[in-house]
Design a binder for this molecule. Structure first.
Ligand SMILES: [Zn+2]
Length: 170
């Protein structure tokens, strides 16, 4: 029950994803580091949430220091998804991929959808969300459920709401 994008990740990175997705909240910073990607919490321009580029000493994700921690976690997962899926696009520009607050970067929309789907799969594995929902919240989606799940996975309430809304389409 993972996305197409998840299934496109292969080799050692796939193994790392499997390993890190088994504990909550997912240690996203450590996961990125294991994949050889540095994370820098930076003063990005207003309206920019994150960026990934290929620098002389490897790939670097920058995340906006002024955004909430849960938001930063999703941004890191989104940029890491670009690293796993779209390295050719990152490498084709000296600025790499730079995402605004809507996770739009100027790349085709499909690219951003792919990154968002993989990011959601990394931080909020569907099996785990469903398991928590049925075991700990009686399968009832209420405000308290959304808050509880957001705290458990350390993502924003908006991210969990989007995740829950995709159940119908799985
Ligand atoms: Zn993006």
């Amino acid at each position: 029950m993972t996305s197409r994008e998840f299934n496109r990740v292969d080799g050692p990175n796939r193994e790392l994803l499997d390993r890190y997705r088994s504990e909550y909240p997912v240690r996203i910073g450590e996961l990125a580091k294991k994949m050889g990607v540095q994370i820098k919490v930076s003063s990005l321009n207003m309206g920019v949430s994150g960026q990934i580029k290929n620098e002389t000493d490897g790939y670097v994700i920058r995340v906006n220091r002024h955004e909430a921690r849960e938001r930063q976690r999703f941004t890191i997962a989104h940029e890491l998804a670009h690293f796993l899926l779209h390295r050719d696009i990152i490498d084709s520009s000296p600025d790499g991929i730079k995402d605004n607050v809507l996770y739009r970067s100027g790349a085709p929309e499909r690219i951003e959808y792919e990154a968002n789907r993989l990011a959601a799969d990394i931080l909020m594995p569907m099996e785990q969300v469903q398991k928590a929902l049925s075991e700990d919240f009686n399968g009832m989606v209420t405000e308290a459920t959304i808050e509880g799940l957001a705290a458990r996975f350390q993502v924003s309430k908006a991210a969990i709401e989007i995740r829950l809304s995709t159940f119908a389409s799985v």
